[in-house]
Ligand binder design. Structure first.
Ligand code: F6R
Length: 612
């Protein structure tokens, strides 16, 4: 959702900024731009280059020489104003002195725009960001020092922001501010970086300073100073991040999505390491910060997440009900936060997020905490806002996920919920034997995923056939329903084909009317106690001329209820949905490839949804 990068140091800034933007492109990719300061040039003390489209379009627009060792850059995901060069960041003040890049939304920008226009300032873009450049310039013109001018401008803003600002008359620094959108500093040797996330700077340093909401920082080549809106100095120490450049490269795969799907056997194994307690048949989850007595105290579990994370949350809720016999449900965090939810002290709130920066999920955390509830997180991105604000949690350790369509992080969420359900179950009535059964099932998952990935060619064939249909259904019953929802989501977001999920049981209550030879159905049909019912539903589809691609278990007799079968190995019934989801990742992926779509960067989307 917009990526920010900044550089101050001895190197030429432009290449550092462009490389950083390339790594941040997953955050937004409708336009990009950089501003570089060059105090040695009287003709061009600063230069701004912006382009509609990808970072590669920006690169193509750059002049052969763009000298300067201080700069800021941005890759955009449009919120206010269409994707275009004039709406691309950096935005520049009326006097040319100030450049600004911004991630977030300025809620009072209409009022600020009107005020600036009334004062005779001409606005040249449709964005909410541009006002910030003018506000800072006005404060500078009033005689304030650069840092004070940024503080004074920010005091006039309502909303969320990560801001990086330059001033032509202070060409040795970048001033940044954070409220509700991620921002960190990278500490190099005689050089400093600013970035929305560490991926942008990992080639240069592994030392980062995670800024908090309300933080300002003034960044020069030899260091940084952090302070608050009241000009109080704050102490922010650098931490070492565990991220390598290789993790951000394609490594021989055609797409990041493909790479990430194939990383799962190894990454799940890594996630489980040290977390399974054979002695007591439970999970070791110290990060939850809840001892067994506290875990027992909860009489209900409420799971909150957005999009695919919410679907895995639904799956998690059924695991918790199955294994711990505690009532559990999942709700989109994006709805929860707006409905004045009743927060119960006896409910354990669990948020789930890959990026740890999803604004709706973060606000849900705050809503729970403000009302005195306990909220823990299943989060992938270490040090992210959600990870830092929750009362405890389980890190997913999936490693960086670059493709916009989430795959491996979702599998890790499923495994994370299984661990949580196991821990909750074992402080209640789940027997030691059942605990051991789940542990054995979890240990089998990495190998079983590898087995499913071994059938990729067959899955690619099925995907190609499905990609030819203008519309399709994904259906599943009870534990299979979240699998169907996620399958449909993956398919639609990268193929742009209409894919809709239904509970299998609901088909005959309306949607069956749509079944025809043109509308195939992907049916989740595991070998569980609902199989007979699922076969009946599939036959009803077949009787109306619809094709059925069944995702099922070996040995299941489907007869003519399915036109094609995809098999996944059996695990424990509670854990089966994790594995049943894997073929849907490959169906979506290969359908998008067959259609020639831009798999890793689907239109209109961004990886990290840090706006409302
Ligand atoms: C779909 C997808 C999204 C995310 C959702 C939540 O492939 O990636 O639906 O699951 O935006 O994102 P996180 O998990 O970062 O909170």
């Amino acid at each position: 959702m917009c990526g920010i990068v900044g550089y101050v140091g001895p190197q030429q800034a432009a290449p550092v900024l462009v490389e950083g933007l390339t790594r941040l492109e997953y955050r937004g990719y409708d336009s990009a731009g950089i501003a570089v300061l060059n105090p040695r040039s009287t003709a061009h003390p600063s230069r701004v280059v912006r382009a509609k489209g990808r970072v590669r379009d920006l690169e193509a627009a750059l002049p052969a020489r763009l000298a300067g060792t201080v700069g800021i850059g941005h890759t955009r995901w449009a919120t206010h104003g269409e994707p275009s060069e004039r709406n691309a960041h950096p935005h520049t003040s009326y006097d040319g002195r100030v450049h600004v890049v911004h991630n977030g939304i300025i809620d009072n920008f209409h009022a600020l725009r009107s005020r600036l226009t009334a004062d005779g300032i001409e606005l040249t873009s449709d964005t909410d960001t541009e006002v910030v450049a003018h506000l800072v310039a006005r404060e500078l013109a009033g005689g304030l020092a650069f840092e004070d001018a940024v503080r004074a401008a920010v005091a006039q803003i309502d909303g969320t922001y990560a801001l990086a600002v330059t001033d032509v008359q202070n060409p040795d620094r970048v001033v940044v501010a954070r409220n509700g959108s991620p921002l960190l500093l990278g500490v190099g040797d005689g050089e400093m970086f600013v970035a929305s996330d560490a991926a942008a700077i990992v080639r240069h340093t592994s030392q980062v300073v995670l800024l908090d909401d309300g933080d300002f920082a003034s960044v020069t080549a030899d260091g940084f100073r952090t302070f608050t809106a009241d000009e109080e100095q704050t102490a922010r120490a650098a931490v070492t991040i565990d991220l390598t450049v290789e993790e951000l490269e394609l490594g021989g795969h055609a797409h990041f999505m493909h790479k990430e799907i194939h990383e799962q056997p190894e990454s799940v194994e890594r996630m489980l390491s040290g977390r399974l307690d054979d002695r007591f048949g439970t999970a070791k989850l110290d990060g939850l910060n809840l001892d067994p007595r506290e875990l027992r105290r909860f009489s209900r579990v409420k799971i909150l997440g957005c999009g695919s994370a919410y679907y895995v949350g639904q799956l998690g809720a059924s695991m918790i009900e199955d294994l711990a016999r505690v009532p559990a449900d999942a709700e989109p965090a994006s709805e929860f936060r707006y409905r004045n939810p009743i927060i119960e002290p006896s409910t354990l709130y669990v948020v789930v997020s890959q990026s740890g920066e999803t604004a709706d999920t973060l606000f849900a955390v705050r809503e729970v905490q403000r009302k005195g509830g306990t909220v823990v997180g299943l989060v992938n991105a270490v040090g992210s806002s959600i990870a830092r604000e929750v009362d405890g949690g389980i890190y997913l350790h999936a490693g960086p996920e670059v493709a916009v369509a989430s795959t491996k992080a979702l599998t890790h969420m499923g495994v994370g919920f299984a661990l949580l359900a196991l821990a909750l179950g074992r402080v209640r009535d789940l027997s030691f034997a059942d605990g051991k059964r789940i542990i054995a099932g979890l240990r089998a998952i990495p190998g079983q995923i590898a087995q499913i990935l071994g059938d990729e060619e067959d899955l690619a064939g099925a995907a190609k056939e499905l990609s030819e249909a203008p519309s399709l259904f994904f259906i599943g019953r009870v534990r299979g329903y979240p699998v169907a929802r996620e399958g449909a989501q993956k398919f639609k977001e990268i193929t742009y084909r209409h894919a809709e999920a239904y509970p299998t049981s609901e088909l005959k209550h309306g949607p069956l009317a749509l079944i025809s030879p043109e509308l195939p159905t992907v049916a989740i049909m595991p070998a569980d106690d609902l199989l007979e019912r699922n076969i009946t539903a599939a036959q009803e589809i077949r009787a109306r001329g619809g094709a059925v691609v069944a995702i099922t278990h070996p040995g299941v007799e489907l007869g003519d209820a399915a036109t094609r079968r995809i098999e996944v190995p059996r695990n424990e019934v509670e854990l089966d949905p994790i594995l049943l989801t894997i073929p849907t990742q490959l169906l979506g992926y290969h359908a998008a490839v067959a259609l020639g779509e831009d798999v890793d960067r689907p239109r209109n989307l961004a990886k990290s949804v840090t706006v409302e």
